[in-house]
Design a protein around this ligand. Structure first.
Ligand SMILES: [Zn+2]
Length: 117
């Protein structure tokens, strides 16, 4: 017999999901929690999504260091372009269209900046 940490009742061990659990099955599975689980779609990332995520992190690093490199012979503008190019696949696959627009704006803006200088 163990005592549940939510309802406080003493229950035998088969009423717990695992031996380590402190909450009994009845308290774990309320209608609200099963509804929330119903809303969440469990899925694994595909290979392209994983690759795009890694590229996105690299692009973010390039974009982060760009403002500090701008004054060194416009090196920052090139890293801005590289960062935007690397970040676009991730935000495109995730359908985050606002960030796609931001990265395209970065490409156009710093592309024009490099052409004019
Ligand atoms: Zn309980």
């Amino acid at each position: 017999m163990r005592r549940c940490n939510v309802c406080g009742r003493k229950r035998s061990s088969w009423q717990y999901a695992t031996p380590e659990k402190l909450t009994c099955k009845r308290c774990e599975r309320t209608w609200w929690k099963s509804f929330l689980r119903f809303l969440v779609k469990q899925r694994q990332l595909s290979a392209t999504e994983r690759l795009a995520n890694r590229l996105g992190y690299m692009g973010t690093a390039f974009i982060m260091m760009s403002p500090y490199l701008l004054k060194y012979d416009d090196l920052g503008a090139y890293t801005y372009l590289i960062g935007a190019l690397l970040s676009i696949p991730q935000v495109f696959l995730a359908k985050q269209w606002n960030l796609v627009v931001v990265n395209l704006n970065l490409l156009i803006g710093y592309g024009a900046y490099l052409i004019n200088t």
